[in-house]
Write a protein that binds this ligand. Structure first.
Ligand code: HDD
Length: 702
């Protein structure tokens, strides 16, 4: 044994803490000198005592038992034991980003909320995206609703818009929330499946509780598997009441419109991603923001008259299972959100952020939607357990960016050192204040009625808008819905549940019901499908023409001998359009030298098609011994099967042919990667997928 038995580290690896010549440590440079960032050089206890050893507990001799007096050991382990807080009961899996919201100034006629009404008004925001059912460590790409929660740190107090990527909800009254969530969460005996709705309890509940049908249809559509948080719409779901500076009110629905368009994964990709890269959406957002490719959305408002019955063209605005088609009430864009900064610390920010629908500002009010009313209770209540007491608004991420004088005192985890002696009103001791001023005033509304546990009769319509949604989709999107129902119900064990859900489908569309029934090997029940209003083309995600390709990932298959100057020529227009180019080669490292040198970011071993929105094979690859590598062929074939744009120039065409891809829609072949080639490629990627290929893929012709 070595003379100094305490030295267990390899001495070559034990580097001293770097100290800069100015006396400031490198760590201070790194962390910007904020004392709370723990930027100092010396390791200490929580009390500031400098430590000389944190690798060995205090023992009675090198082979002896540990001593109870080792305060450092006990402090370190005790703190570690308590590092986790309860995960959110829903929306546990999330990722977030900071940004700013800038108002266009055209919302003043509807609301006096300054952050919306004043042109150019800039507001700090924090947005947390999430799945609903999965645990904190579950995969991002599961079929589920996505949360889209925005905290606006306005000058008038914090406003939280706690929405989803689906404009309707499973239930009409918050009292049913524990029921739908218990049904959707894993089975209580085995705690499986994780983050899935494809199981008996979910379909048991939604087939019995048919007001869930509309939301279920959105989940089974491509909306349930977004390509990126960047390509996802957001909805406030409920109807809110807005009030302008003249005291006039209107009803409104909030929308987030992604600048990059609304796009989704295909189911097979989502499944592969859940295994290959469970952090798919989280990574996509963090990488893009770090690279300066910010996420952008416009805030939209559907403004509706504040009619006494709170309905619009027959749609009950208090029913959260209904939406207002954009063709009936256009979405007016009132400001732009840019997410441009990643959190510094996941726990402090993304995990500890606490949203609450009661966080309102003057000009925005709630309505009597019974789901909204229950949420007004739940969010504050849940934080008490999750964040350990009533002082969570003092956590840095939850602090308003405006003055707070709340007279709330003491409690667990109090971090403020309040001054004064009179945290009560009225008082004469602390100068009589803080004073109530021109603050938030609820719009006076008549409230009368018998005390009942009932819904309005209009809430009884559970199917017409589900049918409207389904029939507004393009044929290929309808096929995806059909396949999703067949998959999810196919995962159920109980025959009675499948049969009951087929009865629901029969009310929406006979062909849908028959196809799903055939897939399940069950007879299709007969029923008269419900009637619905005119279809809403805005509900289809298929773009009418090429859209932006910002943030899209283009894989370029290269290798030793590849046409590197061609790659460089193609890279320029792609990056100018906002896309990210990633070189894929048989081995890692660099290709070539000089101006056209390319860094290999993925190898045939590490690349998987799900990562790329389109793939190009460079000329010069066909001659390399690895051109026929099975992984490379799978990469190309998968991208082809998922209806992505595939391209090749020069002898790259041979590589495609070797993978069985000869041509057809969305396969761009050229001699050179010239300007025309680049333009056609950008346009094709702008259409997101090559849906014309879908039938051939489904018929397994490739
Ligand atoms: Fe909720 C979290 C969105 C209905 C109770 N909800 C939560 C989050 C989002 C939503 C995005 C995550 C916030 C974050 O990132 O921290 N919830 C919705 C939408 C709903 C909805 C759009 C319907 C329109 N929720 C709903 C009901 C209840 C709750 C009806 C209870 C009566 N929701 C909660 C909660 C959560 C939550 C238990 C869990 C953690 C948290 O609040 O902070 O209070």
């Amino acid at each position: 044994m070595a003379a100094d038995s305490n030295v267990t580290q390899n001495p070559d690896q034990a580097a001293p803490a770097p100290v800069s010549p100015t006396g400031r440590t490198e760590r201070e440079h790194l962390f910007g000198g904020d004392p709370r960032a723990q930027a100092g050089e010396h390791l200490t206890t929580s009390q500031g005592l400098r430590l000389s050893d944190t690798d060995h507990s205090l023992k009675a001799g090198p082979r002896g038992p540990s001593l109870l007096e080792d305060h450092h050991l006990r402090e370190k382990i005790t703190h570690f034991d308590h590092e986790r807080i309860p995960e959110r009961v829903v929306h546990a899996r999330g990722a977030a980003a900071h940004g700013t919201f800038v108002a266009y100034g055209n919302a003043a006629s509807a609301t006096k909320a300054k952050f919306l009404a004043e042109k150019g008004h800039k507001t700090d925001v924090f947005v947390r995206f999430s799945t609903v059912l999965g645990s904190r460590g579950s995969a991002d790409t599961v079929r589920d609703t996505r949360g889209f929660a925005t905290k606006f740190y306005t000058d008038e107090g914090t406003f939280d818009l706690v929405g989803n990527n689906i404009p309707v909800f499973f239930i009409q009254d918050g009292i049913k929330f524990p029921d739908i969530i218990h049904a959707g969460k894993p089975h209580p005996d085995r705690e499986i499946p994780q983050a899935q709705s494809a199981h008996d309890t979910f379909w048991d509940f939604v087939s019995l509780h048919t007001e869930a049908t509309h939301h279920v249809f959105w989940n089974m559509s491509d909306r349930g598997i977004p390509r990126s948080y960047r390509t996802m719409e957001g909805f406030g779901v409920h109807t809110f009441r807005l009030e302008n500076a003249d005291g006039e009110t209107c009803l409104a629905k909030f929308h987030w419109k992604p600048i990059a368009g609304v796009h989704s994964l295909v189911w097979e990709e989502a499944q592969i991603a859940a295994g290959v890269d469970p952090d798919f959406h989280r990574r996509d957002m963090a990488d893009a923001i770090e690279a300066g490719a910010y996420f952008e959305y416009e805030l939209g408002l559907q403004l509706l008259p504040d009619s006494p019955d709170e309905t619009f063209q027959g749609i009950d605005l208090l029913d959260p299972t209904k939406f207002v088609p954009e063709e009936l009430a256009p979405v007016q864009r009132v400001g732009k959100l840019t997410l441009d900064r990643n959190p510094t610390n996941y726990f402090a920010e993304t995990e500890q952020v606490a949203f609450h629908l009661g966080n309102l500002v003057p000009g925005i009010q709630v309505t009597n939607d019974p789901l909204l009313q229950a949420r007004l209770f739940s969010y504050l209540d849940t934080q008490l357990t999750r964040l350990g007491g009533p002082n969570f608004p003092q956590l840095p991420i939850n602090r308003p960016h405006t003055e707070v004088n709340d007279n709330l005192r003491d409690g667990m985890h109090q971090t403020a050192v309040h001054r004064g002696q009179a945290p009560y009103l009225p008082n004469s001791i602390d100068g009589g204040g803080p004073f109530t001023t021109d603050g938030y005033v609820e719009v006076p509304r008549e409230v009368a009625g018998p005390k009942v546990r009932e819904n309005p009769a209009s809430f009884d319509d559970h199917f017409s808008q589900a049918a409207l949604f389904y029939h507004s989709l393009s044929p290929v999107e309808q096929v995806h819905v059909t396949e999703a129902f067949t998959f999810e119900l196919g995962k159920c064990y109980e025959q009675a549940i499948k049969e009951r859900e087929l009865q629901v489908l029969a009310k929406i569309d006979a062909t849908l019901c028959q196809t799903v029934a055939a897939g399940l090997g069950l007879p299709a029940p007969k029923d008269e499908p419900v009637t619905h209003g005119p279809v809403s083309p805005a509900l289809s995600q298929i773009p009418p023409g090429p859209g932006p390709i910002t943030g899209r990932i283009i894989g370029v298959v290269a290798g030793p001998g590849a046409d590197l100057s061609g790659i460089e020529k193609l890279r320029e227009p792609l990056e100018a359009a906002g896309a990210v180019v990633r070189i894929i080669a048989p081995q890692g490292g660099m290709l070539g030298s000089g101006k056209s040198q390319q860094v290999v970011e993925r190898t045939f071993l590490t690349a998987r098609s799900i990562e790329f929105d389109a793939i190009v094979v460079a000329s010069g690859v066909a001659e390399t011994p690895d051109a026929g590598d099975i992984k490379a062929r799978i990469l190309l074939l998968e991208a082809f099967r998922h209806n992505k744009v595939i391209a090749a120039w020069g002898d790259g065409v041979k590589v495609l042919a070797g993978a069985g891809i000869a041509g057809g829609p969305g396969v761009l072949l050229a001699d050179n990667p010239d300007k025309d080639f680049a333009t056609s490629f950008v346009q094709a990627v702008g259409l997101h997928r090559v849906w014309e290929r879908a039938d051939a893929v489904m018929a397994s012709e490739v």
